[in-house]
Design a protein around this ligand. Structure first.
Ligand code: ADP
Ligand code: ZN
Length: 221
């Protein structure tokens, strides 16, 4: 199964990814996570990407696409994957289509995680993430049991640099301009599943899994 997750910053895309990964035992590829790992290691890619990420801008398509191409060539992607944070531009989506077509395959579904605009800002500035396993928390609605320590793996939980209010505003503008058009792009292909995440992540996941089930994809029990 080849899936894409779409959603504005703060829509709960990351939480949805974690649940999908677990329930469908699917390889999860988050371009944001790969960039952050490169930044941490101070690789040339990380140093270049950081300039854009800290501004709330997108990393240039060229860099992003070649990074994803490398990742998709790895053996754990052979039976499918969940792309989280890619594509984020029409150019990336077209390139992905071409890559898949050259392997005689295509995307199965695009899960669009939706949430009303007014709650997004609040969610993102209250968000905290584990530096090791990527688990996501919220200081108001889902705090860690011990402050700054991940419930899942015990490592350090922090606020991302780009989750500061000024950067979040710019990320939302970037999303509207570059990424939102992808919804229509994939609607035209008839493969969009909407997961309404305004009430709870469980409800959103339920919607996604029902739609996937109708397409013949079942959870791994
Ligand atoms: P978000 O919470 O906004 O979904 P991500 O963790 O997916 O954040 O991405 C963090 C940042 O990494 C983005 O704001 C962007 O600068 C960069 N990035 C991630 N994926 C891509 C992509 N496909 N193309 C360009 N830049 C990307
Ligand atoms: Zn953790």
């Amino acid at each position: 199964m080849k899936l894409i997750l779409l959603g504005a910053p703060g829509s709960g895309k990351g939480t949805m990814a974690a649940v999908l990964k677990k329930e469908y035992q699917i390889t999860h590829i988050s371009t944001g996570d790969i960039f952050r790992a490169n930044i941490k290691e101070q690789t040339p890619l990380g140093i270049e990407a950081k300039k854009y990420i800290d501004q709330g801008a997108l990393v240039p398509d060229e860099l992003t696409i070649s990074m994803v191409e490398d990742r998709l060539a790895q053996p754990d992607c052979a039976n499918g994957y969940l792309l989280d944070g890619f594509p984020r531009t029409i150019a990336q989506a077209e390139k992905l289509d071409a890559m898949l077509a050259s392997k005689n395959t295509k995307l199965d579904a695009v899960i669009n995680v939706t949430v009303p605009a007014e709650v997004i800002m609040e969610r993102v500035v209250n968000r905290r993430v584990c530096t090791s396993c990527g688990e996501s928390y919220n200081v108001v609605s889902r705090p860690t049991k011990v402050e700054g320590v991940c419930d899942v793996c015990g490592k350090e939980v922090i606020q991302r640099d780009d989750d500061k209010p000024e950067t979040v505003k710019q990320r939302l503008v970037t999303y509207e301009e570059n990424t939102k058009p992808l919804i229509d792009f994939y609607m035209a292909k008839g493969i969009v599943i909407t997961a309404d995440n305004s009430s709870s992540p469980e409800v959103a996941f339920q919607q996604a899994s029902e739609a996937l089930s109708e397409m013949g994809f079942q959870k791994v029990q």
